[in-house]
Design a protein around this ligand. Sequence first.
Ligand code: SAM
Length: 278
Amino acid sequence: MAGELYVVATPIGNLGDMVPRAVDVLHAVDLIAAEDTRHSGRLLKHLGIETPLVAYHDHGDDRQAARIINALEAGQAVALISDAGTPLISDPGYKLVRAVRLGGFKVIPVPGPCAIIAALCASGLPSDRFTFEGFSPHKSSARIKKFESLAKEPRTLIFYESPHRIVDTLADMAGAFGAEREAVMARELTKTYETFLTGTLMDIHQQVVADSNQQKGEIVLILRGLDVAAEVPDNGEQERVLSLLLDELPLKQAASLAAKITGGQKNALYQLALSLKV
Ligand code: SAM
């Protein structure tokens, strides 16, 4: 283990989700770097682990990272944990892992709980391709801008959100993605009040507004990506655009332009143009 950094996941609510290998690693290392030493101290006490703790934040001063690199240089093994779930996922650790790798030391993941994956795997939304967008901006104008920039994303979209902003965020999402966009709100995963709300953004917004309990706890929001196939205009629309263009342009140019405007196939529009000219 000498000179190695272990990135160790911890539970996101249910202590029973602590992975046995994570417990072994936290026992065996010389030092544990934690986001909040008091918070992690309680978990370690529960697990009977007495390994010394030091604080680490990506935005802390460079001495925190230097101390960890020094320990690795001295042949010690170090584990990185965060308050909950997988370090680096909307949690500190990126700068440290980068510095440790650049320093030529080994970085070893000890996988375990992560709210993104827990929410996605039980959501019923497409899981083959997805994008994680982290927390959204606090200010509504910036939030709407971000959502609008994602409105045409075809992959499933995953967001973390604070319970204080959930009502406003759902309303802003309905505006930017459309009130009918399918979504899932996963709350308090692995805990007593674990809840999944499903339906359109409008349905979920109404349920959350009507029930103040839904405005509490930890939340993951998942949106179905844009159904690109459904966005391609039907033949009626293609025919309308093509007819207008054929009144003004030569056939080949009209077909090419109609393909660009409607998102249709150039060859198919050329064939359609021929049939319209007859
Ligand atoms: N590193 C963590 C992980 O692996 O998921 C995420 C840390 S981030 C600071 C905390 C956010 O993750 C919460 O505000 C919430 O959006 C989400 N989260 C964490 N635990 C959760 C849980 N038990 N249920 C639902 N969402 C959770």
